[in-house]
Write a protein that binds this ligand. Structure first.
Ligand code: SF4
Length: 417
């Protein structure tokens, strides 16, 4: 079996390196928040009642909005739902309605890569914070349900997802939002995923989401190793999360939701090696779950906004290898890695590898499936991990020109037609 072997690793245009090494990916230290800005104090003190849709940064002060009455939506979801104008580069719509719980005091965690992190209360109200590169308008949950419930079968959305944040009301409000949805919309028509916050959850909470009609339960592990987790989401940044608790809740979800119905989000390029992240992908597959990958992007205002985005060659190697492990039965121990943990061969023949690359699906956004096929994610998150000028996760099917660029990034010669 002849494997395509990468002989050289070109330097990335993004960072000057061909991978983001652990030593270089150190987050900034969070600074102290002035007392009058803590816990959404400013928003609560002014107590302006919300009226309809709130577009971030449009007002002097964010109104006093709270879940479960209000949720935030990704820009893409708001455009698709028709409550916001705008166009998305090469995308008609998004297939996933991503909802985010919202509170004036925001998320109480401080994850280093995240635009919603607690340290940002010093400079920005929660409802005005950018998250995965975009703004998140806040909308009454009843408006969202009213629009989708008109014709769920023909909705552009193939899935709805509730993203929990770290907040004392997160569980009860997730249940309430889920109930509001399933009361009016058949989860068979539009299945629901839960992007959980394990830190405050119990097994009973996981069970409750299942009982209320959720289809898939995922855990935002985000960091690929315990050391990175601690540095970016735990003690390293005065944040409450623990690696073990995330795994405990994911294993509860495996038990309750069953095979193929649970998984973990992983951000690639925060300092792990390619070997480490692909081992994690393999572990998830061996447990019966899936990995949903994000390419690290230095989110504006986050504690890692001074660091380089993941070089495209590192990202493409991991994307391709992850796809082979998740959907083509290749195992990480079939692959070969160099001394820095970089993928050197993918464990399948040149012809098979070429076929997978040219199919393009490996380079699309990964996430919970929609209605097209199992390996095409409903959650396409347009430009959530890169600008349109240098796409990391393709929110659409890459065309020939895109594939040519991808092959160049992979340093795998263009196939003979
Ligand atoms: S728990 Fe989630 S929303 Fe909160 S700071 Fe961490 S990554 Fe961001």
């Amino acid at each position: 079996m002849g494997c395509i072997e990468q002989k050289t690793t070109p330097a990335s245009k993004d960072s000057g390196h061909d991978f983001n090494a652990f030593e270089e990916m150190q987050p900034r230290r969070p600074e102290k928040t002035p007392v009058d800005r803590r816990n959404g104090k400013q928003v609560k003190a002014n107590d302006i009642p919300p009226e309809g849709v709130y577009l971030p940064n449009n007002n002097i002060l964010a109104p006093h909005m709270k879940s479960p009455d209000y949720v935030q939506l990704s820009n893409a979801a708001a455009i698709t739902l028709g409550i916001m104008g705008g166009r998305m580069h090469r995308c008609e719509c998004t297939r996933c309605l991503n909802l985010l719980l919202t509170y004036p005091e925001g998320c109480r965690a401080n994850c280093a890569y995240c635009g919603l992190a607690r340290h940002r209360e010093a400079e920005r109200d929660y409802a005005d914070r950018n998250f995965i590169r975009v703004d998140w308008p806040a909308v009454p949950m009843t408006d969202v349900v009213d629009i989708v419930a008109k014709d769920p079968e023909n909705s552009p959305f193939h899935r709805m997802c509730i993203s929990m944040i770290t907040h004392p009301r997160s569980e009860q409000d997730t249940f309430a939002v889920l109930e509001q949805w399933t009361d009016r919309i058949d989860p068979e028509a539009i299945p629901v995923s839960i992007l959980s916050n394990p830190t405050t959850m119990t097994r009973a909470d996981v069970q409750r989401t299942r009982d209320l009609g959720a289809d898939i339960f995922t855990v935002a592990l985000d960091a690929a190793t315990p050391e990175l987790f601690d540095r970016t989401r735990g003690k390293g940044v005065q944040s409450p999360h623990k690696w073990k608790k995330y795994w405990d809740i994911m294993l509860e979800a495996r038990d309750i939701f069953g095979p193929q119905k649970f998984g973990a989000h992983i951000i690639v390029g925060m300092g792990e090696t390619e070997y480490e992240v692909l081992n994690l992908v393999q572990e998830l597959v061996d447990l019966g779950g899936h990995s949903h990958m994000f390419c690290f992007f230095p989110e504006n205002g986050s504690l890692m906004d001074h660091l380089p985005a993941t070089p495209r060659d590192q990202w493409r190697r991991v994307q391709l290898a992850r796809y082979l492990i998740d959907y083509r039965g290749v195992r990480v121990d079939h692959m070969r890695f160099d001394e820095a943990g970089r993928v050197r061969s993918y464990g399948i023949s040149d012809a098979e590898l070429s076929e997978v690359i040219d199919a393009g699906i490996a380079f699309r956004t990964s996430g919970c499936p929609g209605k097209f096929q199992d390996d095409i994610s409903a959650c396409d998150r347009p430009y959530g991990d890169s600008p349109p000028s240098n796409i990391a996760s393709y929110p659409f099917q890459p065309n020939k020109k895109d594939l040519k660029k991808i092959r160049k990034q992979l340093d795998i010669p263009v196939a003979v037609e």
